[in-house]
Each structure stands twice: as structure tokens, then as C-alpha cells.
Design a protein. Sequence first.
Lengths: 219, 197
Amino acid sequence: MAGEDRPDEGTIGGPRRHKGEDVIDHPRARLSAYLDDALAPNERAAVESHLAACADCRRRLSELRATAALLGALPDIAPRRRLTPRLAGRPAWLAPVRTLATLASGLSVFLFIASALLANMGQLSAPAALSAPAAAPADGRADAPSRPPELKTAVPPGPNAAAAPAPTAAVARGATESGEAAHAARSPALGPSPWLWLALALVTGAIAIVLQRRLRSPL
Amino acid sequence: MKSSDGESERAPLVVRARDGDARAFEDLARGEERALYRHAARIVGPGPDAEDVVQDSLLSAWRSIRSFEGTSFRAWLFRIVTNRALDRIRARRRRPELPLDPPEDADVIWAEPAAPGPELADIASSREAQVIVEEALRDVPEEQRAALLLRDVEGFAYEEIALMTSVEIGTVKSRIHRARVAVRNALVARGWRGSAG
């Protein structure tokens, strides 16, 4: 059979012409490629000459053409969300800043706990020192300048020891920051208030979370 | 043809995207995302699956943008989306259907109308015809369907489709023809006929 078929005229779905027979060889299998101008010139010419003589193949061709036109005119299907990843909105500094914010948040939490513990220890280990500074805020700000020596004695050795050789500085400090000085007396080595560290931890933690979400989201 | 539309206008953006300009890539992708979605939706079905296919494809395209060396950026995107969509459909099946392509010269069955109806050329804008076409497409094997969509909906040339789907051009011809005849059969089954003129 294969030897009898003309190899360049595959006749899918149509009667095949054998040697000596006069059966029309419909080039139906090539109608789509003919329609799309995807045939070699000799094949195209063969289909054209057949179409000129065959109303059945012309009708099939027109059906395929109408089908292709219908497909091309199908209404659009729209996605329900944006599908293009937001790549440009993700600058290179995002990841390092996220890491820094995370570390800063962790450090702040550590400092908060450390300073809170130190404050408590200060309170427990120096009850005597507490009595004088406790009085200072109670006396009010107006009294503070008149009692600089008392304030000076209330400050234990430590970070404030440096102020001792300079009484004038201590006076000025006592005049304006008597409350803080009293507070510092209770917590010798912690610098700012523990709550400041907590606030810093929350802020840097929030920044880290926001940046992380931005890095994670594909959109 | 749709496939060459704006390709030259896109060229500078493509160059910038290849150099790592994310904004240029976004502009290019945004211009195609609807077309990519409708293509994916007609292969895997509309909804989140098709959206994921397009989104994943665009991310993958961005990551491998340096490997793009062709002339048509649009064809490149459609190649990625088509392959991902076909992978998605195959992954849904427990058993892949074999063989995927019948021999090229296997018979294509042409349905004949029971009674002559309106001519196909007259119904191109008919809503009913569109529904029939969409339904008929769903029954066409996915490789054939993808090839037909790339041709008739997206306007790609046979050579481009062959490259995009990694098959011989003879296979592309066969797939497009089979799929088109299947859709034609669905229409003819409703009584429509082409004209012999």
C-alpha cells in the first residue's frame, strides 16, 4: 500500500488514488496548512488546482477558515489579579536592611532585659542609697539647687563618679535633672531607661517584619 | 500577525531587561499578561491555576532573562507559559495518556451536518458559536489545543510554534489541523456549514 501511495499527497479522510484508478485525491489533510500559508510552493499549487475543481474541498476550507476566525474572535478571559511580579519595587538594599533591623531588634530586646535586670539589682543591692534620691524628687525641683551636696552624696561611685571632682557640673545637673539623677542612682550601668530599649526593639522589629513581607511577596 | 506586533518597539525594553532592568521587564510582562493568562486559561482552565502558571512563568522568565537570545520576546514568554501549562495538566493526571500524538497520516474524522444550517462565515460574532467553540476546545487533547491557540488566537507562525513546543513542523501542522477540524466538527454538529463558493 505504501508503495502505491503518492507520498506527497497524503489524503487524510478522503479516498486514495491507486495506480490506474481515477479516484479524486482530496488534499484535506493540507487544508489547514494551506489556509495558514504554511505549504511549500509545489504543495500549495497542487492544493490550489484541486480546489478549483472540487466544491467539497472548497466548502471544507471555508469551514476551517470560519473556525479559525471564530477562534481569533473569542472574547478575552481576564485574570482576577495582577500577574506581573513586582520586581522593580524590590531594591537591592531591602534584604541587608531587613537583616540589620532584625539584629537591631534582637539587640534592643537584650538591652531591655539587661537594663531591667540591672535596675532591679540596683534597687535590691543599694537600699540605703535609695532613701536620699527618693527624697529628691519628692522635695520638688525648687529645692534641688539649695541642696547640691546631698544630691552629690546620693550618687554612688560609677558612671556619675566622674561628676564628683566637678561640683559645679553636679550642681547644674542637679538643678535641671534631679529626677533623672535620682533614677540613675538606682541603676548604675544602664544608660537610658529600659523602656527606651523596649520601644526601640518594637520599632526595629516592625521594620524587619514589613521588609520581610515585601521581600517574600511575589506581587 | 499578532506575533510581530510591537516587537520592534519592545526591542529597547528587551535590551534593558536583559541588562537587569527590572522595571523594563515589568513593562514588557504587563503588556503580555492578559494574553498569557487567556492562553494558560484555555489550556489548564480559567482560575487560580492559570494565574499561577502565568505568575510562575513570568518569575522564571525574569530569572532566566539572560538566556533569551531570540528575536521575539513575546514568543519566548508564550513558550514558557505553554510548557508550564502543559506540565500542570500532565501533573494533574495520574497516568499520562500515550501516545500523545497520533501518526501524522492517521485519519481525521470530518463530521457531516444532519441538515444544512446557517453558514459558518455568518456566525463569527454569535455568542452561541463562541460557547460551542470554547466547549469544543476543552475536548481537544492539550498539545493540539495549545498549538491551535498559538496559531489562531495568538497569531504565531508554524515555525515559531514548532520552536516553542520543541516538535517538528510536521507535528505542528498535524496538531493544528486536528484541533481545528475538531472545533469545526462541533460547529457542524449544530448544523452550520461552510460555503463552497
